[in-house]
Design a binder for this molecule. Structure first.
Ligand code: URA
Length: 233
């Protein structure tokens, strides 16, 4: 495996970050500083350090799940069914966890992984990862409501929500894309325009669309192309 791929797959750094680190001698392979990260290495036997810390190779797993209603986005819960309960036991041993949360009654695309560093980056407000939701709401949305949702609304946080995109399919349904992931974000945005979400389904996360072949509750591992999209962040 190429050294730059190893660094991105282990969630250590993006390709551009590792290139910069390598230029300053911050990447070593078996004790020798490496400046050209296209060099091939063996993840099982070679020793790599990044900015002075050893990089441990652990196979990263990425799963796409079509989350059903009534299941919580947690790894463990005494009473409720969690998304982890829908996966085979082997994934629990690999310490998989949901990358962000969907509410108990929100459906659709949930990514699960054991790559903590990458999940942290994807969820960081600095990263601006776009998430798209299909919604239905109680009352018709006016043009002014849509304008407000797009510009940013007050949901009781320090600042208004970041700019969003709204595409209506009827006056009470459509798609909304946001780059933040605050608690109950979409529901609170609709409350801010005196409306109420009655249906919410995530259909896209970081340029990865929900696989429509997956029924609710079904899952599959990400394809190589999908993994690369995530690891670019
Ligand atoms: N916004 C919400 O209100 N709920 C979700 O589950 C996701 C986004």
């Amino acid at each position: 495996m190429r050294l730059d791929k190893f660094l991105s797959e282990t969630g250590t750094a993006t390709r551009s970050e590792s290139k910069k680190a390598a230029r300053s001698g911050g990447v070593t392979l078996n004790g020798i500083a490496v400046r050209d990260l296209s060099v091939h290495m063996d993840p099982q036997t070679d020793r790599v350090t990044y900015m002075g810390s050893p990089v441990i190779y652990q196979k990263n797993i990425y799963i796409m799940m079509n989350k059903p209603d009534g299941v919580i986005s947690a790894t463990d819960d005494g009473n409720e069914t969690t998304v982890l309960d829908l996966l085979p036991e082997k994934y629990k041993k690999m310490e998989i966890f949901p990358c962000g949360r969907l509410d108990k009654n929100t459906l659709g695309l949930l990514i699960l992984t054991n790559n903590g560093a990458l999940a942290h980056r994807l969820l960081s407000p600095k990263c601006h990862v776009e998430k798209t939701y299909r919604f239905e709401c109680e009352r018709p949305l006016t043009e002014a409501d849509v304008e407000l949702l797009c510009k940013g609304v007050d949901i009781g946080e320090k600042s208004s929500t970041q700019p969003a995109k709204v595409l209506l399919t009827s006056s009470r349904s459509g798609e909304i894309s946001v780059t933040e992931g605050k608690f109950h974000q979409i529901k609170r945005m609709f409350q801010a325009v005196c409306n109420k979400i009655t249906y919410l389904e995530r259909i896209r996360f970081a340029d990865i669309p929900l696989d429509t072949a997956l029924a609710r509750g079904e899952w599959r591992e990400l394809t190589e192309e999908e993994r690369e999209i995530l690891e670019k962040h």
